[in-house]
Every structure is written in structure tokens, then in C-alpha cells.
Design a protein around this ligand. Structure first.
Ligand SMILES: [Zn+2]
Length: 68
């Protein structure tokens, strides 16, 4: 069986393993209700996407600033 000629340095191993580190989840704020949301998805709080309502808004929430 083939064997590596030299052992890999700590730096070599660490740079290789860094590529598979988990990336932080992307997030934006909703322009309608300014709640933190996933980009390119309809807002789960107010149901708006691209300036119009595409989902029925959640009946039970506390994060909406324009609610009574
Ligand atoms: Zn929203």
C-alpha cells in the first residue's frame, strides 16, 4: 500500500479542514415589518415578498411593530 513520504504540517491540515467549516446563515430584515428574515423568501411574520402580501399573515405574533 502506498504511504505518504512526509507527514502533513499542522498548517496544511488546518487549511484543508477550514474549507468545510459551517457558514453563518444569511439573513436580512423585512422592509415591511423590519423583522429578521431569510433573504429571497417571503417574510414569515407579515407574509410580504417584493412589496406585496403573498402569504396570510400570522394571527399570533408579538414582533410586529404596526400591530395595535
Ligand atoms: Zn415582514
Amino acid at each position: 500500500m502506498a504511504l505518504p513520504k512526509r507527514r502533513k504540517s499542522h498548517a496544511k491540515v488546518r487549511t484543508r479542514r477550514q474549507q468545510w467549516r459551517a457558514q453563518p446563515v444569511a439573513s436580512t430584515t423585512c422592509p415591511n415589518c423590519s423583522v429578521v428574515m431569510v433573504p429571497h423568501r417571503a417574510c414569515l411574520n407579515c407574509g410580504h415578498y417584493n412589496g406585496r402580501a403573498v402569504l396570510p399573515p400570522r394571527s399570533k405574533n408579538t414582533a410586529r411593530p404596526d400591530s395595535e
